[in-house]
Design a protein around this ligand. Structure first.
Ligand SMILES: [Zn+2]
Length: 293
């Protein structure tokens, strides 16, 4: 089965910690470099055959969702030396403002701003995300190719139907990716079963009681810059496109209010909340030292 997935890969922003990581990064860089010279924008996968494993794969429905919901955490993971891949289920073509071509360019720039090494688009029609066999093939193929330890996915309850359908799609893909008899192929070659250790859910429109909150004080500026890369979606006084909730001037203030509010709850300036259905294990009670109650 041929999969329709758009690919973008660029140099990872983090320093390698081990020699094996160094080699892995160099391989990704050189292959990415070769492909970038042959094409602009979305490009063919430079990782045919061998896998280019990442630490984290973040998947959302629309091209600006990840920046708004967990952009600070992505930038922070990259700062910590982790490799992060981003994937958008749809091209956001139902959005009131912008076009899918404009949004693809914005998404690519935003991923570079956050330091994510790869951004893919699964080309599922906007407004029609569902956990069907075709879409499961797409997500499982991506998971098995990138072999992330952790998935970041939407929460199970939200305002936009694509968001909770993407949650369901990713949750099912997480499980089935570990079953050897669920067959997928990457460029004609069978893939091995691989299931990430865990998945965590980020917050979008609706709020939930977080399972944990990530301090993003030192990457807040990067998150904001990545959001602003999606200039077709947010406030632009010169734009002649119809106003939406997102394009109102106060929308970015609301994004800041939320980040400050969750920051306040753990005693830092800015933070992003996450949900986990399973309990979070810790090695030491002192891992909780930030939580002063
Ligand atoms: Zn969305």
């Amino acid at each position: 089965m041929k999969l329709d997935i758009l690919h973008t890969t660029f140099k990872q922003g983090q320093k390698p910690r081990f020699f094996s990581e160094y080699l892995r990064q160099k391989r990704g860089f050189f292959l990415g470099f070769l492909v970038f010279h042959s094409s602009l924008g979305y490009i063919g996968s430079p990782t045919s055959g061998k896998n280019m494993a990442v630490d984290v794969l973040a998947i959302a429905s629309h091209p600006d969702d990840l920046e708004l919901s967990c952009g600070g955490t992505i930038a922070k993971l990259v700062k910590e030396g982790r490799s992060v891949a981003m994937a958008d289920a749809t091209q956001g073509e139902l959005g009131t403002r912008g076009t899918k071509e404009i949004r693809a360019k914005e998404a690519e720039q935003a991923a570079k701003t956050l330091g994510a090494g790869t951004r893919r688009n699964l080309l599922i029609p906007d407004g029609s995300v569902e956990a069907n066999p075709e879409n499961l093939q797409k997500v499982i193929t991506l998971i098995r190719e990138l072999q992330p330890k952790i998935l970041l996915i939407p929460h199970s309850i939200d305002r936009h139907p694509d968001h909770f359908h993407t949650h369901q799609l990713c949750k099912e893909a997480w499980f089935f990716s570990g079953l050897a008899k669920f067959e997928t192929k990457k460029e004609g070659r069978p893939q091995k079963a691989f299931r990430p250790d865990n998945y965590f859910e980020f917050m979008q429109w609706y709020e939930f009681q977080p399972s944990f909150i990530v301090d993003i004080s030192d990457t807040w500026d990067i998150k904001l810059e990545a959001i602003r890369q999606h200039s077709s979606q947010f406030h632009d006084p010169k734009s002649k496109e119809p106003e939406t909730r997102l394009s109102r001037p106060e929308f970015l203030e609301l994004v800041e209010v939320r980040a400050r509010n969750y920051g306040r709850r753990i005693g830092v300036k800015f933070a992003e909340p996450f949900f986990s259905y399973i309990p979070i294990g810790i090695k030491s009670v002192f891992d909780l030292v930030m939580n002063k109650g």
